[in-house]
Write a protein that binds this ligand. Sequence first.
Ligand code: AKG
Length: 212
Amino acid sequence: MTQAAYQPSMLDLADAGPTLGPLPGQIRRHQLSRGAWVDHLPGWVRGSDTVLDTLLTEVPWRAERRTMYDAEVDVPRLLCWYDGARQLPHPVLTAARAALTEHYAPELGEPFVTAGMCLYRSGRDSVAWHGDTIGRSAHTDTIVAIVSFGAPRPLLLRPRGGGGESQRFPVGHGDLIVMGGSCQRTWEHAIPKTTRPVGPRVSVQFRPHNVA
Ligand SMILES: O=C(O)CCC(=O)C(=O)O
């Protein structure tokens, strides 16, 4: 497997330990069509490369297989699921979940609970077009917040069923992206493969109870 050497971001080299920046007044909303929106805040977690090191070594990453047509294939990324009761592998993630819960309380009205984690080991790892439509998000508006660590990868969004412009947000090195409103039902998102040499990226997705 080709895997690029991991390169810390220059901003991160200046930081002693990971901290969260403010959300109010800093995070920028992009209204999409059909009642969907995306909030984006680059570099929300400062000192994010320390967190990446912890995530790469402490998370019990699992490879999964899935059935595609008639064959069983590897899911092209490693996964780990933290339910609300399980301690998160870095305290800044616990702080991030609390800060997101507070910031989005007026719109969401319930806490972020679970943390889904994905490790994209290289440009060969990816996730195909999908919406998070397991559970309540199949029929109800909700919010999914993603904090990224490591090498930036583009997160693409497009309206489900076509029609309308797609969007592209680079996500890595402590960036925060939040999908809200009808986004999981009416839009799809993906992390495409790339032939560029890229280092590992970890995505941490915070979701409310019964959304996946
Ligand atoms: O890598 C990401 O940030 C996206 C992950 C994702 O869409 C998912 O696991 O459902």
